[in-house]
Design a protein around this ligand. Sequence first.
Ligand SMILES: Cc1cc2nc3c(=O)[nH]c(=O)nc-3n(C[C@H](O)[C@H](O)[C@H](O)COP(=O)(O)OP(=O)(O)OC[C@H]3O[C@@H](n4cnc5c(N)ncnc54)[C@H](O)[C@@H]3O)c2cc1C
Length: 388
Amino acid sequence: MTRNGQPVWDAVVIGAGPAGATAARRLSDAGASTLLLEKRLLPRYKACGGGVPARTLQLLDDLDISLVSEGCVDTIDVSRFGSHQFRKTSARPLAWMVMRDRFDQFLTDLASASGATVRDATSVQSISELDGSYDIETPSGAVKARYILAADGATGPTSRWLGIDAAPTRSAAYEVEVAAPTAALEHWHQAANVDVGYRPWGYGWVFPKDGKLSVGVVAAPRRGRSIRKQTDRYLGRLGLEEADVINVQGHPIRYRRSILEPVAAERALLLGDAAGLADEFTAEGIAYAVHSANLAAQAVLTADDLAGAYTRSVNREIQPELDAARTISRLYYWCVTTWPWLALTASKHVNYLWRAFFRVMRGESTYEDELSVLPFNARLACALSGGA
Ligand SMILES: Cc1cc2nc3c(=O)[nH]c(=O)nc-3n(C[C@H](O)[C@H](O)[C@H](O)COP(=O)(O)OP(=O)(O)OC[C@H]3O[C@@H](n4cnc5c(N)ncnc54)[C@H](O)[C@@H]3O)c2cc1C
């Protein structure tokens, strides 16, 4: 389709992270003319632990990511301020370890192979709407689109330009990648450390990659000020203060806390981090980014009332998980900071909790389903336990 002699894309997708690359692939697979715009030169670094929960692959139709995977994690090693508590091992992998530059490039290449046009180093600078289509300004000229899929991450400007007041709750996460000594790489082989005790919630992590470790801390909303110091202290407790630093970066994470927080307007949809689709128990967002991309593509391809249909599907399929994760987060981190000995002893010995968490990570269950089988008293305690 053209307008005033200019081609009109069926969809312009903004941002080539997991959300944007997946949406672009889904749309072009279905025959929609799709342009994927990414402001950075690809492949680009993204501050991220790079733990892709196993359930993500189901959302990607069991995609084989072995080309870009740097191993898996099947063991969770729990510590409190660096003091080792216990380890729990799942019968099957919980998460795949990736470097985001390679993983996101892999997904973007698949979109390209499906027929999407990809333009990197092309920052979207403004958006206006005229006569039923969007004008999208970039440094190399304007493009037109019937639909916009904004997957420009937690700091992207698109939602603001479109007047969509999305997910105001933010927290900070800080990541350091270190070239760890061989002994440390062997210690963390297929094992992720989760370091607890941070108030009111948050944790430190170690994720193992090829020849390096991703080490970081995620803080609760409004508690990010000392996150650098916390990460340095954590590195010290891990004995990694002298390790060669490959990369250091902080980045916000946004959380959608209610179905009242919009994710769409007219013919424009927000995906992944741009919509605040990360959970407040683990702070992960890759699975939700991919899930929202699937829902957005489906809405573009099938719905008359695009914004309404997409919002309803996010509210039905993703928001209950975010709500359940927040509830679990409140109870778990409240217990672990209020009665650390009791909480850690209980979580060491109550294997049911670990099996439930592992089922969710592997995509065999959901937080919502696991929460619903807790006795009423425990759910009430979850609801009343506060937290930021
Ligand atoms: C330190 C840290 C650790 C994390 N660890 C994990 C983890 O281990 N596992 C997990 O599941 N989640 C993790 N997360 C969350 C995860 O990184 C995000 O949820 C995920 O990246 C969201 O994907 P996305 O596609 O929505 O956005 P992004 O991956 O952020 O991609 C957005 C893209 O949009 C581009 N963009 C922005 N503005 C424009 C513009 N104007 N024009 C064009 N392009 C633009 C950006 O350059 C970027 O490439 C972590 C987050 C942080 C901060």
